[in-house]
Design a protein around this ligand. Structure first.
Ligand code: NAP
Length: 249
């Protein structure tokens, strides 16, 4: 029997890129998956169709994960339909890059809200349901930028490092409730987000990444799916780096 059969997973930002790969992988292992997205309904519907065509179960749900009432409505829909939430993957994220002296308040605030505050909002909304069943897996999608910092990404690095701190603090809070909270920190992964990285930086990165290529969304998904599985029961507050060896100590 697939290892996640009967489980229910919410994946934020699952219409594209890494979130889509995570959703497809969770569904393949038997979970029913909520494909959260913000505006790209067509892409989200295609993810649902792909899951259903493979015999899985999924729904698309538009909710801005920075807005508490929209997240609450999404959780209510999931509970009304399935009565449980086993897995939350906080994956939705954006970049608004600029050198700090040019960084506008709205660029700072958007990234902190979407990449960090959203995870707090979603965790707080699902935790009572996980605690009531004494089981849960939360995986936060951080970034190498949150570990190393990046020129032009003060907002993004602060949000992604904040997400790692949130992961550790919450992991301690809920460790005795049967709930694990962990993070993954991807390097450069081939998605729409990578398009916004300047060409010179991508060329330089290919030289310094030991494996000599960018990662694929599925390669991040497999790390997330492991942390989201029952098998990862004794891994708490960890950040799993998925970067082709880029920053190995
Ligand atoms: P992507 O292809 O740009 O997709 C972003 C996803 O987030 C989309 O599904 C988008 O929905 C959703 N989203 C954005 N704002 C949202 C909001 N307010 N509410 C709900 N959903 C929202 O990004 P990606 O490259 O797959 O990145 C996924 C995660 O991995 C992000 O947290 C990113 O920071 C992290 N990451 C990426 C890389 C990389 O190289 N790609 C590296 C390290 C970390 P719509 O389709 O509706 O717009």
């Amino acid at each position: 029997m697939p290892e996640l059969q009967g489980q229910v997973a919410i994946v934020t930002g699952a219409s594209r890129g890494i979130g889509k790969a995570i959703a497809l992988g969770l569904a393949e292992r038997g979970a029913s998956v909520i494909i959260n997205y913000q505006s790209n309904a067509q892409s989200a519907a295609e993810v649902v169709s792909a899951i259903e065509a493979a015999g899985g179960s999924a729904i698309a749900y538009a909710a801005d994960v920075t807005v508490e009432t929209e997240v609450a409505a999404m959780v209510e829909e999931v509970i009304g339909r399935w009565g449980r939430i086993d897995i939350l993957v906080n994956n939705a994220g954006v970049t608004r890059d600029n050198l700090i002296h040019r960084l506008k308040d709205e660029q700072w605030e958007a990234v902190i809200e979407i990449d960090l505050t959203s995870a707090f909002v979603c965790c707080r909304a699902v935790l009572p349901w996980m605690q009531s069943r004494r089981y849960g897996r939360i995986v936060n999608v951080s970034s190498l930028a949150g570990l190393t910092g990046n020129v032009g990404q003060a907002n993004y690095a602060a949000a992604k490092m904040g997400l790692i701190a949130l992961t550790k603090a919450l992991a301690r809070e809920v460790a005795t409730d049967g709930i694990t909270v962990n993070a993954v920190a991807p390097g450069y992964i081939e998605t729409d987000m990578l398009e916004s990285v300047p060409a010179w930086l991508r060329t330089w990165a290919l030289d310094v990444i030991p494996v000599g290529r960018f990662g694929r969304p599925e390669e991040v998904a497999s790390a997330v799916i492991f942390l989201a599985s029952p098998a990862a029961s004794y891994i708490i507050g960890h950040t799993l780096v998925v970067d082709g060896g880029w920053v190995m100590p």
